[in-house]
Design a protein. Structure first.
Length: 323
């Protein structure tokens, strides 16, 4: 049973709180549609310091309930998020319950900070956090690699939210190879007051390519120079290499994003890119100080902006992080 309304928790019930990061695609190459309807991609994922939080609390019975509250950069009301089995965090708890002898009823309380339908994998971060929280709550004892295998069934971005850091994603993004990237890169995120449907953005990309006679590579590849710049923490070297095949489709669906990109560049951003399927935009800054200045300038234009850094850690239990 899944419920988002009535939650009964006994006094002294055990709880586990987990934080998991949103991400940006520093580079995203998209291949043609596959027979299964998905697109092959080659992407560089970067986890950034904007975190979702999920608190899993033991409840009587064996049901799974969920509540959602929003903070920070949300671009849509948190009450637009489903409170049933279509919620990715609920699906994560259900999958883990199937293989956890010590399972109990559980209530998932989600605090959202990553923009909803914003191209940053917020729902995937919720699912990753729910997996880790329920694993700890039920004493399931799965390793991070084992949880990542379960996560694949929930979507391509969920395994990355578990591990965080920097990674190259191939296939549909589920074939992850960690990349060395220890020096922080600083970004300013700008959200929009609406979301974009990822499937619609991909369909629009296909239509644009058909219209323009573009034949994408069947197996996209990552430019090694991108990984070199990230490994060195070289923001100036990385700036001209940012790329997103989905950006043109996102701009066709939401032309106002072009104005935001122009504004950020006019204010001194090294580069700007639509994050994933959008509409969140990520501007690359020279340093943390430059990011703070850029955030303030964008705020003066009435834009909702926040400075972040990456790489950030993957999903972690509350005792493993400060604050």
């Amino acid at each position: 049973m899944v419920s988002g309304r009535t939650v009964v928790m006994r006094s002294g019930a055990r709880s586990v709180r987990v934080r998991a990061p949103g991400k940006i695609n520093v580079s995203l190459q998209v291949g043609p549609p596959r027979e299964d309807g998905y697109h092959g991609i080659a992407s560089v994922f970067l986890a950034v310091s904007l975190y979702e939080e999920v608190t899993a609390t033991e409840t009587p019975g064996d049901g799974i309930s969920v509540t959602v509250n929003g903070k920070g950069m949300l671009n849509l009301p948190a009450d637009t998020i489903p409170l049933d089995r279509t919620n990715l965090a609920v699906r994560a708890a259900e999958l883990l319950a199937e293989v956890s002898p010590g399972r109990t009823g559980v209530h998932l309380d989600i605090t959202k900070r990553v923009p909803i339908s914003g191209g940053m994998g917020g729902g995937s971060a919720d699912a990753a956090a729910a997996l880790l929280a329920c694993d700890a709550l039920w004493g399931s004892g799965f390793s991070r690699d084992e949880l990542a295998k379960i996560a694949i069934d929930l979507g391509a971005d969920v395994p990355f939210a578990l591990v965080g850091g920097t990674a190259v994603g191939l296939g549909v993004g589920d074939q992850l190879t960690p990349a060395i990237s220890k020096t922080p890169l600083h970004w300013v995120l700008v959200t929009s007051a609406y979301g974009l449907s990822t499937p619609e953005v991909y369909r629009t990309l296909d239509a644009i390519r058909l219209r323009d006679g573009v034949e994408p590579d069947a197996q996209p590849e990552i430019d090694p120079a991108i990984l070199g710049a990230m490994r060195a923490g070289d923001a100036l070297g990385l700036a001209p290499l940012l790329h997103n095949d989905l950006q043109q489709a996102s701009l066709e669906l939401a032309p106002a994003l072009g104005d935001i990109l122009d504004t950020g560049k006019a204010f001194g951003a090294l580069a700007g890119i639509v994050s994933g399927s959008g509409p969140t935009i990520a501007f690359l800054a020279r340093s943390s100080g430059h990011a703070a200045e850029l955030e303030a300038l964008l705020d003066t234009e009435g834009l909702q902006a926040a400075s972040v850094h990456g790489p950030a850690h993957g999903a972690r239990i509350a005792t493993d992080f400060a604050g």
